[in-house]
Write a protein that binds this ligand. Sequence first.
Ligand SMILES: [Zn+2]
Length: 278
Amino acid sequence: MTARKKAAEAKAIEQPLEEKAAEKAEESAAGKPEEPAAAATAEEKAGFPAEAAEAGEPKPEPKSTFQWNARTRLGSDVAAGKYASIDEVLEKGELILEPEIVDAMIPDLRQEVVYIGGSPGKGGGIRRTATKMTARMHKSGRRFKLSALSIVGNGNGILGVGMATSKEHRSAMEKSVKNAKLGIIRVRRGCGSWECGCGGSHSIPFKTSGKNGSVRVTLLPAPKGTGLVGSEETRKMLGLAGIHDVWVKTMGQTATRNNLVMAIFDALKNLNRGKGDL
Ligand SMILES: [Zn+2]
C-alpha cells in the first residue's frame, strides 16, 4: 500500500493538475461500480444469516406462549393459550404446580432475595447472607442445612414469596424462587387515604394487618408522594407488589426477617378478604 501511494504521489507530481482531476474522476467512477458489487457479495455472504434472522423473528412469538413439557392440566391449558392472563388463573382459584406457567404468563417478572442469613462479625456487626445456615448434631459432627427466601413480583399487583431449604446455597436459592412463583397472589391496590382521595391505585384500599411468629404488621394507606415507609425488606416487597405509598407499623421480633416478610405477605393476602374489585 505504501509503495502504491508513493507511486501515485510521484505520478501526481509529474502530471499536470487537469490530468490529475481527470484521473480522480476516473477513480471515483471506477470506485462507484465496485460498491454495489461489494454490497452484492455482502448480501450473498449475509444470505444465510439473513434467512436465519428471518427464521429467528417469529421466535419471540412462541416465547409468549412458552412451550414446555406441561405435566398438569393447567399447564397444558396455559401452553395451549386458553388463558388470556394470569388474573384468570388466579380468579378461578387454580393451583399452580409448575413455575413455567408463571414464566409464560408474566414475562416481566422480577425477583429479589431476602437476606435472611448472617454471621456475627467484629465489633458487634453482622455479615448478612442470602441463605441462613442451620445445624443439627450428628454422632459424627454437625450436619448443615441452608434456607433461602425469595420474593417475585411484576411491580403491577402480582406478588409471591417462597422459602426453601437445601444442603447447598445455589439449590436453596433456586428452589425458593420456584416456590415463590408457585405461591403468587394478586395484591389489591387502591387509595384508602383520606388525605389523598384520588381514587388511584398507588396505595392500599384500607388498613390491613398480618402476623407470622411474633411479628405483627399493620399497613396503612398513605397519600401520594409518601413513599414506602418501612424497613429495607418491606420496601423491596411492597415495591415488587406495585404499591408506592404506604405506612408500615410493626411489632415483635422484626429482626427475624423471614417472619417479617411472611407477616407482610399475610397482611397483603388479607386485603383480598374484603369486598370489592381488585
Ligand atoms: Zn391517592
